[in-house]
Design a protein around this ligand. Structure first.
Ligand SMILES: Cc1cc2nc3c(=O)[nH]c(=O)nc-3n(C[C@H](O)[C@H](O)[C@H](O)COP(=O)(O)O)c2cc1C
Length: 371
């Protein structure tokens, strides 16, 4: 276990916090001209009232939206396909998943999500709500400022508050009126799907694509399911036993790149621990934890590889097992190496008159020269 010169790392008491922030999983370079995206989840197999189907009901609606708007398509596919193909076991499984508020992981990531202005999001109604995997998407990605258009298929309960639930999950997005169709219509009545989608697009004022463009439905799902799996990230995820957690935009302005935050302690705990994960190249700006007595911060490195540097000192390589004590009033930064994911737990050392001062970003030439 390595420590900085002044290391002591006495007590770990006080309330953690530090940073955190945002954004999306690795986004491969797949430029698309479209600024509209359809993200959907849908199940083939046995479905209520339609029997065993090769393509899920919601998929028909998703594809029709993409066709009429010229949008790109991204299918949410579970990383572990835990969902039974038979209806009765599926509803039992989904009920449990919902009551535990699980956030199942999905395969891949939307390439260049930041380039899309309008995102259609669709799924079957499961027990009166979005399937839990859709919340994974809502929470894992930065959808701030985007227009989100919700749609669903169901067998009786209609939109089931998808719009309100989406607005609650994505409070900095604009959520449009939703579209609800029965699974039976979606599966068996193509004309109705075309007409309902068209009417809805007019209603929410999303422009239709030209006829030529409308025929070119660009499907990213195959790419997403295969090419975007990053073996390095998968290995890191295994190592990152404290979990990547949620994208958090709260501190994004003090970071270069995307970071994630996983709260490790219950809200009522007086000492809060968060595992902070940095994507490759991500680092926070120079900053100072001020305190008139005690204070400062302790970093406990948990996975991957990163850097810590105090002003005027040599950078310190961060690896699992390394701890760093950052005394109060020392200007410093920390983050991932440029080609590695990295996580640490950050703990604020209690002190008097504490405040954090955020300063300039770590210059690219300084950061890129680190070896
Ligand atoms: C786990 C589960 C829960 C469901 N819960 C509801 C529900 O609460 N209300 C409803 O109207 N339909 C419900 N349904 C029916 C589905 O919403 C409907 O069959 C949908 O079209 C399936 O879409 P998919 O083929 O795209 O997965 C449920 C289906 C499943 C499998």
């Amino acid at each position: 276990m390595m420590k900085t010169r002044k290391t002591i790392a006495a007590l770990i008491a006080g309330a953690l916090m530090i940073l955190a922030s945002v954004v999306g999983a690795a986004e491969p370079n797949q430029p698309s001209k479209s600024r509209t995206l359809v993200v959907y989840f849908s199940r083939a197999g046995e479905q209520y009232k339609v029997g065993v189907v090769k393509k899920g009901n919601t998929a028909f609606v998703a594809e029709e939206i993409a066709k009429q708007t010229g949008a790109d398509l991204f299918e949410i596919k579970p990383k572990k396909d835990v969902y039974p193909n038979k209806y009765d076991p599926l509803i039992d499984y989904a009920k449990k998943e919902q009551s535990k508020k699980e956030r199942p992981e999905y395969v891949g990531a939307v390439p260049n999500l930041k380039n899309y202005d309008v995102v259609f999001v669709g799924a079957p109604v499961w027990w009166g709500d979005w399937p839990m995997i859709m919340y994974t998407f809502f929470e894992k990605n930065n959808l701030d400022g985007k227009t989100l258009a919700p749609f669903c298929t169901h067998e009786g309960s209609g939109l089931s508050g998808f719009d309100k639930k989406l607005a609650k999950a994505c409070q900095k997005s604009k959520v449009t009126k939703g579209l609800a169709m029965t699974g039976q219509d979606a599966q068996k009545n193509a004309k109705k799907v075309t007409a309902e989608v068209s009417k809805w697009l007019d209603n929410i004022k999303v422009p239709k694509a030209s006829t030529k463009k409308a025929n070119e439905v660009k499907v990213m799902k195959e790419t997403a399911a295969t090419d975007t799996i990053d073996p390095k990230k998968e290995a890191f995820d295994k190592e990152n036993v404290f979990g990547q957690g949620k994208l958090n935009s709260g501190f994004a302005k003090y970071f270069i790149g995307d970071s994630y935050l996983n709260q490790l302690t219950p809200n009522e705990s007086p000492l809060q621990l968060f595992n902070v994960t940095f994507e490759p190249g991500c680092r926070n700006n120079w900053h100072i934890h001020h305190a008139s007595k005690d204070g400062g911060q302790i970093l406990v490195c948990t996975a991957g590889e990163g850097w810590y540097q105090a002003e005027g000192e040599a950078p310190i390589e961060l690896k699992p097992g390394v701890t760093v004590y950052i005394p109060a009033n020392v200007k410093h930064w920390h983050g991932a190496k440029k080609d590695k994911w990295f996580s640490h737990i950050a703990i604020s050392v209690p002190g008097e008159n504490e405040s954090t001062e955020w300063l300039e970003p770590v210059a690219d030439d300084v950061y890129n020269a680190l070896k």
